[in-house]
Write a protein that binds this ligand. Structure first.
Ligand code: AMP
Ligand code: GLY
Length: 429
C-alpha cells in the first residue's frame, strides 16, 4: 500500500520512517518533506501543500491513508475535506482542532468539563486585561488565543512584562488575528510532561510518555523554542500518574467533545504541568503529535504502525496494541544559527552517520539540492539514541552529534537531565 504523511519537519520524518517499516507499505509520500525524507528510498517527497491538490494526488495515486503532522492544515480543515471526498485520513476535523487552534475554546471547554487547568480569563479589551493583571499580580501567563507558531505564550515574571505582552497582542496587534483575543492565566509551578494519545472518536490508545525541553539553552534558560530535545519514557509519568491523567484529563476530553457533538479523532497531546505533590494540570492541548517528542517515541515503537493508524481511522482502536522498546530513546535537536529569532538558511551539513540499531538522525529544516544537503529552517536535525539508561542514551546521541557539523550549529548538552536526576533521587530515596 501507499501512504501519505503531510508536513516537512522532524516529526513527519519520524512518522514516515516508522510507517515505511511495514512490510505491506510500498512507499510513503511526504508532502512537502525535507532533505532527509528526500534521501530515504522508501519515502518520496511531493511538492504539494494545497489540501485540495493533495486530495487529487491521493485519488490519482490510490494512496490508502494519510497522516497529518502539523496543526495548520488540521485547523484549516484538511480532514473535513478528505472525508468529504471519501479519503482515509488520520487527524481531527477543523472543529475538533479548536482544542489547539483556540486557547479560549480549550479553556472554556476544560472549565465546562471540570478538567484540571490553570484559572483564567479571556479578554479582547486591552484596558480590561491591564486591570486584571494589576488585580492578579505577577508571575502570570498571557496567551494569544490563536495559532502563533510557538510565539503566542508569554510567561511574565513581572507585571511590566505582562502589561507589555498585553499591549503587543491587543493594542499593537503584533500577532494579527491570533492575538486579537488573549487568555490570561495563573502561573503554574512544577515539571512539564507530554501526554500523547491516539483517538478514534471513542477509544483512546496512549502512546509512550515523553518530556520535552522548550528553552534554547542548557539548564532550561534562554528563550522558548519549539523544543530542543525530548526523551521517552518520562520517569515522572509513573503508572499512577498515567492512570490519573487518563481518568481526569484525556477521557473527559474525548467524552466531552463527543457530548458537544464534536467527535475527536487523531493524535491528542496534553501538555501537562505536574506539581510537587504529583498533581497534573493541563497547560494546553495540541491536536497533533509533538515535535521533537515524536522522534524518540517513534524510535521506541515496535510493530506495524500502519495497522494501528488503519484501526484508528476505522474507529476500532480498541483492537490495537502498542509494543515499546524497553530502552530509553533520547533526541537532541541541532538548530540553525540564530534560532529561534531569525534562523539562517543555506549552511552546508556534513557528517550525518548512517542509521544503526541504536541511533537515527531525523531531518527537519534541511533541503537537498544537487546532491548537497543544506540547512533550511530553525530546527535542522534531531539525533535520537537508544540505550538501557538515560545516561547511556545521552552518550549514544552526543557521540553521533559530534560527527555532524554545519556553520552556526547550536544544541543543548543536557537533554534528559531531569530524568537522570529523578532516577538518582529514586535510587537514593
Ligand atoms: P503552551 O503553548 O500553552 O503550552 O505554552 C508554552 C509554554 O509556556 C509551556 O510549555 C510552558 O512552559 C509555559 N506555560 C504555559 N502556560 C503556563 C502556566 N499557566 N504556568 C506556567 N508556565 C506555563
Ligand atoms: N514540543 C512541543 C510541541 O510539539 O508542541
Amino acid at each position: 500500500m501507499k501512504l501519505l504523511v503531510v508536513g516537512s519537519g522532524g516529526r513527519e520524518h519520524a512518522l514516515a520512517w516508522k510507517l515505511a517499516q511495514s512490510p505491506r507499505v510500498q512507499i510513503v509520500y511526504v508532502a512537502p518533506g525535507n532533505g532527509g525524507t528526500a534521501q530515504d528510498e522508501r519515502l518520496r517527497n511531493i511538492d504539494i501543500t494545497d489540501p485540495a491538490a493533495l486530495a487529487d494526488f491521493v485519488e490519482a495515486e490510490h494512496v490508502s491513508l494519510t497522516v497529518v503532522g502539523p496543526e495548520a492544515p488540521l485547523a484549516a480543515g484538511i480532514v473535513n475535506l478528505f472525508r468529504s471526498r471519501g479519503l482515509k485520513i488520520f487527524g481531527p476535523t477543523k472543529e475538533a482542532a479548536q482544542l489547539e487552534s483556540s486557547k479560549d475554546f480549550a479553556k472554556a471547554f476544560m472549565k465546562r468539563h471540570h478538567i484540571p487547568t490553570a484559572e483564567y480569563e479571556t479578554f479582547t479589551d486591552a484596558a480590561a486585561a491591564h486591570a486584571y493583571l494589576d488585580a492578579k499580580g505577577a508571575p502570570i501567563v498571557i496567551k494569544a488565543d490563536g495559532l502563533a507558531a510557538g510565539k503566542g505564550v508569554v510567561v511574565a515574571t513581572s507585571l511590566e512584562e505582562a502589561h507589555a505582552a498585553v499591549d503587543s497582542m491587543l493594542a499593537d496587534n503584533k500577532l494579527g488575528d491570533a492575538g486579537a483575543r488573549v487568555v490570561i492565566e495563573e502561573f503554574l509551578e512544577g515539571e512539564e510532561a507530554s501526554f500523547i494519545v491516539m483517538v478514534d472518536g471513542k477509544h483512546v490508545l496512549a502512546l509512550a510518555s515523553s518530556q520535552d525541553h522548550k528553552r534554547l539553552l542548557d539548564g532550561d534558560r534562554g528563550p522558548n523554542t519549539g523544543g530542543m530535545g525530548a526523551y521517552s519514557p518520562a520517569p515522572i509519568v509513573t503508572p499512577q500518574l498515567h492512570a490519573r491523567v487518563m481518568r481526569e484529563i484525556i477521557l473527559p476530553t474525548v467524552r466531552g467533545m463527543e457530548s458537544e457533538g464534536i467527535r475527536y479523532t487523531g493524535f491528542l497531546y496534553a501538555g501537562l504541568m505536574i506539581d510537587a505533590h504529583g498533581n497534573p494540570k493541563t497547560l494546553e492541548f495540541n491536536c497533533r503529535m509533538g515535535d521533537p517528542e515524536t522522534q524518540p517515541i517513534m524510535a521506541r515503537l515496535k510493530g506495524d504502525f500502519s495497522k494501528v493508524v488503519e484501526l484508528a481511522i476505522a474507529g476500532t482502536l480498541d483492537g490495537a496494541e502498542l509494543e515499546w522498546d524497553r530502552r530509553t530513546a533520547l533526541g537532541v535537536v541541532l538548530a540553525a544559527h540564530n534560532y529561534p529569532e531569525t534562523p539562517r538558511k543555506g549552511d552546508r551539513i556534513s557528517g550525518i552517520p548512517a542509521e544503526t540499531a541504536s541511533a537515527v538522525t531525523f531531518h527537519a529544516g534541511t533541503t537537498l539540492a544537487e546532491g548537497k544537503l543544506t540547512t533550511n529552517g530553525g530546527r535542522v536535525l534531531c539525533v535520537v539514541g537508544l540505550s538501557d539508561s538515560v545516561r547511556g542514551a545521552q552518550s549514544v546521541v552526543y557521540d553521533t552529534v559530534n560527527q555532524i557539523s554545519f556553520d552556526g550549529m547550536q544544541y543543548r548538552r543536557d537533554i534528559g537531565y531531569r530524568a537522570v536526576n529523578r532516577k538518582q533521587a529514586d535510587r537514593h530515596g
